[in-house]
Design a protein around this ligand. Structure first.
Ligand code: G6P
Length: 619
C-alpha cells in the first residue's frame, strides 16, 4: 500500500532510494518517484507512472549526487496512476511522500484553495503537502509545521518529508500507517518496512502512533504530537537478505511455495510445547469450553481463508462453534461481542487496516484478542493481548502462499490444544497432530512441490480460458475458496468458488461446453456427493480438473485430469477417524502451483499482479 523510503548520509542518495523502492514495490507499483536536495539546497523531483524501470529511464545514467532524498512507489487511491498523481508532491519549499489516506482532504482542499493554493493532482497527498507548506511559511520551522499539519489531518498516514535548504534533514511522520527508521554506516534511513534497507543495515526502530522523527546523518530525534522527546529502543532485524532475493527461482512465488515444508515444520515445532494457557488464559478458555463465550476469527483475503480452515478444525476437534468474518465487514457490522469472548486476528503483515481496526474495537469492549501474525513488532502483533508468530519469514510475492500454510499450522495446533483442554481430544491424538504437522506434513508438501510438471499440464487447460469455477464440500469448500482467489489474483481469469452442492442453485447456468471446473475432493465423507456434482458439470460439457486424495475412487470417465494426493493423517488409536486430516496442506500447495503455472503460461506478472498490493494499510 505505497512504499516510502528516505536516506540522509555521506553517500549519494539516488541509487539507495531506487534500490529501496525496488524492494518496496510489492506495496504498490503503479508509479514511482524521488525528490532530493541539490547542491544549493533546492528541491528536485523526478517521477513517472508505471513500473520503477520507467523512473530509472527518466533519471538516465547520471544520477543526482545529492546525499539526502525521499522516494515513493504508489498504489493508487485518490486519482489514477499518472505522472501528475505520482509522488513525491512538491512546492518550492517542501516535498512529501505519503502512504495512507487523508480522510478530510476535501474540506482542507477547499480551505487551501481559499488561501490561494492551486492543485495539480487529484491526490489527497497534495492537500497534506500544501497544508505543511502553509504552516512552514508561517512558522519557519519544519518540526512545528509538521506538528501543526498533523493536528489538522484525519485518517491514517505515514509521511516522508524534506524541506528546501534543510540539507541533511529528513522528516518522518507516523499516524496509522507503518514507518521505520534505520541506522547505516554511511547514513540513516526511513522506510515503510525494513526490507527496503536490509542490504545496508539491520538496526532499526519503528515509529509509534503520532511520532515525528527528524533524521540526520549523525543521529535521529523523535518527538510526539506535543513536542516531547521520545527515546527509542534500537532493534536488530531478524530477517536475512536472502529472504528478499529469488535464490535461483524465476519468481518469488515459486520460491516461497518451495519454502513451505521448512516453514510448516518450524511453525509446528514452535507451537508444539506451548501450553494452551500461554495462548488463552484459563478463565477465558473455560468459558469458551462451557459455551459461555464465543470464538470469532477476523481477517482479510488469504488470511481470512486460513481462518475458515481454523473454524473447520476448531469445530471438528474441540466442538466449539466459531464464526469467521471479513475484517472490513466485521468492524461496521455492530458485532455482538462480550467479555469472555475470544477474537482471533490473522494477518501476514500485521498491519492490515481493517484487521487492526477490528482488534482495537474488540479491545475497547474488553474482549480477549489473540493475534496470528507473520511480522514481529507489527501493530497487530503489539496491540493484541497475546500474539502467536507464523514462522514464514518475509513473503515478497503479492499472492500469499507460505504465510497461508503457516497460518494453517497455527489453526490446527490451536484447535488441537483447545480440544485437549476441553477433554474432547486425547493427549495421544494431540501429540500425534503436533508431530504430524512437524514431520509428516512437510514431507507431503515437498512431494507435491516436486510434481510441478504434472500441475503445469493441468494449468495448460486453465490458461486458455477466461472463466473458471472451483467446487468442493466441507473442508474442500474452504480450500477451493483460496484456490480460486489465488488463480484470479495472478492470472486474471475470472474465477468463482462454490460449495459443490450449491452450483446447481444458479451458477450451473454458466457451465457450457469447455468451461473449466476445478474440484477438490479430500474429504472422504462427502466424496460421493461431490462426484455427483461433478457429473452434473460434465453432463453440461464442463471440463473437470480434479484434485483428490488417493484413497477416493474417482469414476474412470472422470479420471483423465485427476491430480492424486497421498492421503495423510493420523493413524492408530484415536477417538475418531483422523486419517485424512492433513491433506488440506497438500491440496493447498497443489492449488497454489496451479495458479502459479497458469499465470506464467498467460505471461502475467506473477509476483506483482496488476492493481494489487501486499500490505493493505487503507480500509
Ligand atoms: C492483501 C494481500 C493478500 C492478503 C490480504 C490480507 O489483499 O494481497 O495476500 O491475504 O491483504 O493481508 P494480511 O497481511 O492481513 O494477511
Amino acid at each position: 500500500m505505497c512504499g516510502i523510503i528516505g536516506y540522509t548520509g555521506s553517500g549519494s542518495c539516488a541509487e539507495k532510494l531506487l534500490r529501496g523502492l525496488d524492494r518496496l514495490e510489492y506495496r504498490g507499483y503503479d508509479s514511482s518517484g524521488i525528490s532530493w536536495l541539490d547542491e544549493k539546497g533546492k528541491i528536485k523531483t523526478v517521477k513517472s507512472s508505471g513500473r520503477l524501470s520507467l523512473l530509472r529511464e527518466k533519471l538516465g545514467e547520471a544520477l543526482p549526487k545529492s546525499s539526502c532524498g525521499i522516494g515513493h512507489t504508489r498504489w493508487a487511491t485518490h486519482g489514477a496512476p499518472s505522472d501528475e498523481n505520482a509522488h513525491p508532491h512538491c512546492t518550492d519549499n517542501v516535498s512529501v511522500v505519503h502512504n495512507g489516506i487523508i480522510e478530510n482532504y476535501f474540506s482542507l482542499k477547499e480551505e487551501l484553495i481559499g488561501k490561494g493554493y492551486t492543485f495539480d493532482s487529484e491526490t489527497d497527498t497534495e492537500v497534506a503537502l500544501k497544508l505543511i507548506d502553509m504552516y512552514y511559511k508561517k512558522e519557519k520551522d519544519p518540526l512545528s509545521a509538521l506538528t501543526s499539519a498533523m493536528s489538522r489531518l484525519k485518517g491514517s498516514f505515514a509521511l516522508g518529508v524534506i524541506f528546501r535548504g534543510r540539507e541533511g534533514e529528513l522528516y518522518a511522520v507516523r499516524v496509522g500507517s507503518p514507518l521505520v527508521v534505520a541506522f547505516g554506516d554511511d547514513g540513516n534511513y526511513i522506510a515503510s518496512d525494513i526490507h527496503a534497507f536490509l542490504d545496508k543495515t539491520d538496526k532499526y526502530f519503528r515509529l509509534e502512533e503520532g511520532e515525528i522523527a527528524c533524521v540526520c546523518p549523525r543521529g535521529v530525534r523523535v518527538t510526539d504530537r506535543d513536542g516531547r522527546e521520545r527515546s527509542k529502543e534500537i532493534l536488530t532485524a531478524e530477517f536475512s537478505l536472502s529472504a528478499a532475493e529469488k535464490g535461483g527461482y524465476p519468481h518469488f512465488m515459486l520460491k516461497e511455495i518451495h519454502e513451505e515444508p521448512r516453514i510448516i515444520s518450524d511453525t509446528a515445532r514452535s507451537m508444539a510445547e506451548l501450553p494452551i494457557d500461554k495462548i488463552i488464559p484459563w478463565d477465558i478458555l473455560d468459558g469458551i469450553i462451557k459455551e459461555e463465550g464465543n470464538i470469532r476469527i477476523v481477517a482479510c483475503g488469504t488470511a481470512m481463508h486460513a481462518g475458515l480452515i481454523g473454524k473447520y478444525y476448531l469445530e471438528k476437534f474441540a466442538r466449539v462453534s466459531v464464526e469467521v468474518s471479513y475484517a472490513s465487514e466485521f468492524r461496521y457490522s455492530d458485532p455482538i461481542m462480550h467479555q469472555g469472548d475470544v477474537l482471533i486476528l490473522i494477518s501476514q503483515s500485521g498491519e492490515t487496516a481493517d484487521t487492526l481496526a477490528a482488534l482495537r474495537m474488540a479491545k475497547e469492549r474488553g474482549v480477549f484478542t489473540l493475534a496470528v501474525v507473520n511480522a514481529v513488532g507489527s501493530a497487530i502483533w503489539r496491540e493484541a493481548d497475546r500474539s502467536l508468530l507464523t514462522l514464514a519469514g518475509p513473503e515478497i510475492a503479492v499472492a500469499s502462499t507460505k504465510a497461508y500454510s503457516a497460518q494453517l499450522v497455527l489453526m490446527y495446533t490451536l484447535a488441537a490444544k483447545i480440544a485437549r483442554a476441553a477433554g474432547r481430544l486425547s493427549e495421544e491424538a494431540e501429540t500425534a497432530i503436533c508431530r504430524g504437522l512437524s514431520d509428516t506434513v512437510p514431507k507431503a508438501v515437498e512431494g507435491i512441490a516436486a510434481r510441478d510438471r504434472e500441475i503445469k499440464r493441468l494449468a495448460e487447460i486453465l490458461s486458455e480460458q477466461d472463466n473458471a469455477f472451483f467446487i468442493g464440500r466441507g473442508i474442500d469448500r474452504y480450500l477451493v475458496t483460496e484456490g480460486s482467489l489465488k488463480l484470479k489474483e495472478i492470472s486474471y481469469i475470472h474465477s468463482e468458488a462454490y460449495p459443490a452442492g450449491e452450483l446447481k442453485h444458479g451458477t450451473i447456468s454458466l457451465i457450457t461446453e469447455g468451461t473449466p471446473v476445478v474440484a477438490v475432493i479430500t474429504d472422504k465423507n462427502v466424496a460421493d456427493k461431490t462426484i455427483s456434482n461433478i457429473k452434473e458439470v460434465t453432463a453440461r460439457g464442463g471440463e473437470m480438473i480434479i484434485i483428490s486424495s488417493d484413497d477416493i475412487d474417482i469414476p474412470p470417465e472422470l479420471s483423465k485430469t485427476v491430480f492424486r494426493i497421498p492421503s495423510i493423517g493420523i493413524k492408530g488409536n484415536c477417538e475418531k477417524d483422523y486419517s485424512g486430516i492433513f491433506i488440506p496442506f497438500s491440496a493447498a500447495t497443489a492449488l497454489q502451483l496451479l495458479a502459479y503455472h497458469t499465470s506464467v503460461l498467460r505471461g502475467c506478472d506473477v509476483d506483482r499482479p496488476r492493481n494489487l498490493a501486499k500490505s493493505v494499510t487503507v480500509e
